[in-house]
Ligand binder design. Structure first.
Ligand code: NAI
Length: 455
């Protein structure tokens, strides 16, 4: 029997962050994963998709070079090289991560683990015992019962490895994965139609952001069918056919199913060991302890935002508790959210709607259009920064859309998480010319002292 202070099931961003911090704090750690450490984020999620999205941006730059006075042309995509670029980024990061894990003396066990008691996990017939167990098994794409995946009907896992650029694609779900793939495939030459059940794209974002995105996607000739329900999916040798409740039938080369991700908690022995689940998610208290006192849960298996950086933070939070510290709990609304479609979306805190529900009519908002920002003009970035301020003048929401706005989320999340008053932040200097000035202008405007803002 192997023994360690901490046994971690799942080596994604949650599990490996917990492993690293536990080891740094002097605990012996066993990290178990049936696949490569790094999890969805490194191998099938954040990193490979963003690598492809960067390549898509290069394609768009080539296509639009003439408007900057540069002679270039977009002549096509070498899919083998495209995947080669993506895989090189992934394998370098994977090598760095495994090196770090080894240097810290963390024992990695390759195999599928199963909880067999409050302090024991079994992997391929071997029992591993720990003082504490951390569950971090992540999530997997959800596929509605009426849909069968195939070489034309893909989840994001298969879409990332597709050996061709589809000539056309239907994307089921206009959430984060849906709009990122819509953007990617459009840039690489596909004709894309998004089918979203709710009345707007990115329905978790502020309504103004959805409206901007829909307008800017229309400009890119991406079709969005919102408020649309699918009643059937069939495939033949030539295409996949998607029937909508309205009777319309859409046909395309491929269908991407992007209707959310479900927690990977089945067949792990959790219920048998007394770990309480709710609709597949592990139930935890505010310290991320499960119903079994020696078992913690972190990341996508805990209901809430399914984001790698939330998992990192939860991993650190749990590791520090195990080491006897008293870290501060993670505030869900203070976690920055970034979607890497073109235009990018970045937000933190409350939407205007949620702020009005919480604070009433005294809520103020300002929307600063990137048309007034010099750097955005140079980059030809359309979009806006929207600030939501509570009746006391405190920033309670920041919502941004436009090429490059992902890089503005650092300041935005500090404003929100530190509970800064807009008027206080407005006196700080934003370097010129940066897109960051748009945030500065919005802060000045909402404090009643706009500079570059009409009327
Ligand atoms: P999501 O929850 O963001 O979006 C799913 C969308 O599908 C929703 O808008 C929903 O209304 C719609 N939908 C559900 N059932 C449908 C149906 N039958 N027909 C039509 N529409 C339907 O989930 P998504 O995009 O699959 O992403 C999964 C998770 O991964 C999310 O939590 C997301 O935050 C995370 N992720 C984060 C990224 C980032 O931070 N940049 C990138 C990719 C994923």
């Amino acid at each position: 029997m192997t023994e360690a202070d901490v046994v971690i099931l799942g080596g994604g961003p949650g599990g490996y962050a917990a492993a690293i911090r536990c080891a740094q704090l002097g605990r012996s750690v066993v990290l178990i994963d049936e696949a490569a450490v790094g999890g969805t984020c490194l191998h099938r999620g954040c990193i490979p998709t963003k690598a492809l999205l960067h390549a898509a941006e290069v394609a768009d730059s080539a296509r639009t070079a003439a408007q900057f006075g540069i002679t270039a042309s977009f002549d096509g995509v070498d899919v083998t090289k495209l995947h080669g670029f993506k895989n090189t980024v992934v394998s370098r990061l994977h090598k760095g991560l495994t090196g770090l894990i080894a240097a810290l003396g963390i024992t990695v066990i390759s195999g599928r683990g199963r909880l067999t008691g409050p302090t024991t996990v079994e992997v391929d017939g071997t029992t591993i015992s720990g003082g504490v167990i951390i569950l971090a098994t992540g999530s997997a794409p959800k596929v509605p019962g009426m849909i069968q995946t195939s070489d034309r009907v893909l989840t994001s896992d298969q879409a990332l490895e597709l050996d061709r650029i589809p000539s056309s694609a239907i994307i089921l779900g206009g959430g984060v994965i849906g709009v990122e793939f819509a953007s990617l495939w459009t840039s690489l030459g596909a004709k894309v139609t998004i089918v979203e059940a709710l009345p707007r794209l990115v329905p978790n974002e502020d309504t103004a952001i959805s409206a901007y995105l829909e307008r800017l996607f229309r400009r890119r000739k991406i079709t969005a069918k919102t408020g649309a329900l699918v009643t059937g999916v069939t495939s033949d040798d030539d295409a996949v056919h998607v029937t909508l409740e309205s009777g319309d039938v859409l046909s395309a080369d491929v269908l991407l199913v992007a209707v959310g991700r479900g927690p990977r908690t089945a067949d792990l022995g959790l219920t048998e060991a007394g770990v309480q689940l709710d609709r597949g998610f592990v139930v935890t208290d505010d310290k991320l302890r499960t119903s079994v006192p020696t078992v913690y849960a972190i990341g996508d298996i805990v209901a809430g935002l399914q984001l790698a950086h939330r998992a990192f933070q939860q991993g650190l939070f749990v590791a520090e508790q195990i080491a006897g510290r008293d870290p501060e709990a993670v505030a869900e609304l203070g976690i920055p959210r970034v979607t890497y479609c073109d235009p990018e979306i970045a937000s933190v805190g409350l939407t205007e709607g949620a702020a009005r529900e919480q604070y009433g009519d005294g809520v103020e908002t300002v929307t600063y259009d990137l048309a007034g920002n010099g750097r955005s003009q140079i980059l030809k970035a359309s979009g806006a920064v929207k600030l939501v301020v509570d009746p006391a003048g405190t920033v309670v929401g920041v919502h941004m859309i436009g090429a490059g706005v992902s890089e503005l989320i650092g300041e935005a999340q500090l404003l929100y998480n530190l509970g800064v008053k807009a008027a206080e932040a407005a006196r700080f200097v934003h370097a010129h010319p940066t897109q960051n000035e748009a945030l500065g202008e919005a802060l000045m405007a909402v404090s009643g002292a706009p500079l570059h803002l009409h009327g």
